[in-house]
Design a protein around this ligand. Structure first.
Ligand code: SF4
Ligand code: SF4
Length: 288
């Protein structure tokens, strides 16, 4: 089963939930934690994994053979990202805009384009306390997160439980991380921004056909609008974590919630059982 842990809004406690969920179920099932929040991966701060392998991530960018090029302009026409421009006597490429889709080289009538690898990030592979760990990290200044996320996800072992830490927001990296998940656990907080971004994230899950449920962090502050929304939209509220200075202190020191507050292990186990039963039910419904 693949469980994505996402949050529309940043800073809601997604890392706290992803790491604590992995630590709480690791004795009962094979668990992998994949940190796909590649712009700012920080699960490693809590899990302190041993890294055994690092792999660079490349995307193919065009290189032009000016000897063969007739400056017909087809490559520029086909590029949706304005990463290639044909002048009268020269072709200019902008590798930082290139998405590595390969369309220009495929359609060049003169076979004047070859593809060169450009490094955009790397992945680290390792383990921590019985948990398989993979994280992706974009190089500084890079914007092309999906290739790094895809590389992380190549290491999914479907026979166990996979927890994917998804970046905040609802843009391309989120969709890339969510694709193929059986369930999306959304972590939010009881604030107007929390609700606004939660609604957007739930819409993304619906479009992708992924069932979702909620963890309400810092519960007891703010208002009840998130609970009301969940009731109205039939979104299961699976766990509430109250605002607690002990939890905040542990978090600031890089201590996982379930290590600093061991009583939470049972709540996270119950949370996981809730997810399993929703996924099972959905599977049964799908067979009807
Ligand atoms: S499509 Fe090929 S031949 Fe035409 S301008 Fe681009 S590189 Fe040159
Ligand atoms: S590989 Fe795709 S994105 Fe990159 S320059 Fe060619 S057409 Fe544009």
């Amino acid at each position: 089963m693949i469980v994505a842990v996402a949050s529309g809004k940043g800073g809601t406690g997604k890392t706290l939930v992803a790491t604590s969920l992995a630590l709480s179920i690791k004795d009962e099932t094979n668990v992998q934690l994949l940190d796909c929040d590649v712009e700012e991966p920080n699960d490693y701060i809590f899990l302190k994994p041993t890294i055994i392998e690092k792999q660079a991530v490349y995307i193919p960018v065009p290189e032009i053979d000016e000897e063969k090029c007739t400056h017909c302009g087809k490559c520029s026409e086909v590029c949706a990202f304005h990463a290639i421009m044909v002048l009268k006597n020269k072709v200019l490429t902008f590798p930082e805009l290139c998405h590595g889709c390969g369309a220009c080289s495929y359609l060049c009538p003169e076979s004047a384009i070859t593809e060169m690898g450009r490094e955009v990030g790397r992945i680290d592979i390792g383990y921590s306390n019985g948990i398989g760990f993979v994280q992706g990290e974009l190089n500084v200044g890079e914007a092309m997160a999906p290739p790094v996320i895809r590389k992380v996800k190549q290491h999914i072992k479907k026979e166990g439980t996979v927890i994917i830490d998804v970046s905040p927001g609802t843009s391309c990296p989120v969709v890339e991380s969510l694709k193929g998940s059986d369930f999306c656990l959304l972590v939010t907080e009881p604030t107007p921004f929390g609700l606004n971004d939660l609604v957007l994230a739930i819409e993304v899950c619906k479009k992708l056909g992924i069932p979702s449920g909620l963890v309400l962090n810092r519960a007891g502050t703010g208002d009840n609008k998130i609970e009301e929304y969940c009731t109205n939209e039939n979104i299961p509220l699976l766990l509430k974590i109250p605002l607690d200075t002990e939890i905040a202190r542990g978090y600031s020191r890089g201590v996982p919630l379930v290590d600093g507050n061991p009583e939470y292990r049972k709540y996270f186990k119950q949370l996981f059982s809730g997810i399993e039963s929703i996924v099972r039910k959905k599977g049964q419904l799908g067979k009807r």
